[in-house]
Design a protein around this ligand. Structure first.
Ligand SMILES: C[S@@+](CC[C@H](N)C(=O)[O-])C[C@H]1O[C@@H](n2cnc3c(N)ncnc32)[C@H](O)[C@@H]1O
Length: 287
């Protein structure tokens, strides 16, 4: 298997590809990235067979900004026969993974691929049984052994491979399952919450997301990201000309600055957090 597969947020494939290419080159692992816009994943194809494994061993997953998951995969399996989709998948893993600790049958984070999730759930149980029978998976789940991934990009079409438990995302599809807080002013609140979960180790939350810190939120309205900062008991300068959710203003923790975020300069120097959700070429703002 000579490819490293990276899951990413749809729309960020180019950034993800640039990042993996730079990190691989730093390690003298040569290859090229295959990118399909809005697909939700990137493939980095190594020129040397063994380099894919070397890359996932030596590149700390936590260093990657745009990748949600990192694994080694083989050639794309196409046209899996409807009467037996399992044998080709087992065949692909035979001699590659032994005594794996977990199985995840996944899809890219796109609306089109999400239609396959029901099928993925159905396939998981019989596939797990076959993988156990073939000793590719242990008979019990183990967080210390490689994770087997089957990644369906279309019906009957999937990549098959594995990630390393000490250097991967622990989340299914690489996405923490977060519940939308009903009192948050916008769904984008979950983006910042996901970033906190992914980039800040749990034992550092108290120190790095501590109460009483000062934060600046550029392009803050209606306040989904400010909501997260307020939830961590921070004082927030919310910079935006738009309307902030009154519920946030009522907390007394938010100062609404109706200014251009590209020109804003905080009055104080002890700002611990700066978050920015402005679109650079948004025309509502005078240039
Ligand atoms: C995607 S929305 C932000 C959503 C917000 N993060 C939330 O969670 O509710 C982008 C915001 O950026 C603001 N914006 C765009 N250009 C700006 C600028 N130059 N200065 C300040 N805000 C700007 C827009 O008014 C808009 O409210």
């Amino acid at each position: 298997m000579n490819k490293v597969l990276l899951y990413c947020r749809p729309g960020f494939e180019k950034e993800c590809a640039a990042e993996i290419s730079a990190k691989a080159t730093e390690r003298e692992i040569f290859g090229f990235a295959r990118v399909k816009d809005d697909s939700g994943y990137v493939l980095y194809e190594c020129y040397q067979q063994e380099d894919a494994e070397k890359l996932i061993q030596t590149l700390p997953f936590s260093e990657l900004i745009f990748a949600r998951q990192m694994l080694v995969v083989g050639e794309l399996l196409r046209d899996l026969p409807q009467e037996d989709r399992i044998s080709p998948i087992v065949g692909m893993l035979t001699g590659v993974v032994e005594k794996g600790g977990d199985l995840r049958v996944e899809v890219p984070d796109t609306n089109q691929a999400k239609e396959l999730t029901k099928f993925c759930r159905k396939l998981t149980v019989p596939l797990r049984a076959s993988l156990r029978e073939s000793k590719i998976l242990l008979n019990y789940e183990s967080p210390k052994r490689p994770v087997v991934h089957v990644f369906f990009i279309a019906p009957g079409t999937c990549y098959v491979g594995y990630s390393l438990p000490e250097n991967n995302s622990p989340f299914y599809m690489g996405i923490p399952r977060l519940k939308f807080p009903s009192d948050a002013p916008s769904r984008s609140t979950l983006k910042l919450e996901e970033a906190f979960h992914v980039f800040i180790p749990a034992d550092e939350w108290e120190e790095r997301l501590g109460s009483g810190m000062y934060a600046v939120d550029l392009g803050a309205c209606p306040g989904g990201w400010t909501y997260q900062l307020v939830k961590h008991s921070m004082w927030v300068y919310a910079v935006d000309n738009g309307p902030m959710a009154p519920s946030l203003m009522d907390t007394g923790q938010v100062t609404h600055c109706r200014e251009d975020g590209f020109k804003y300069r905080p009055a104080r120097s002890n700002i611990s957090w700066l978050v920015c959700d402005m679109v650079e070429n948004q025309c509502a703002w005078p240039v």
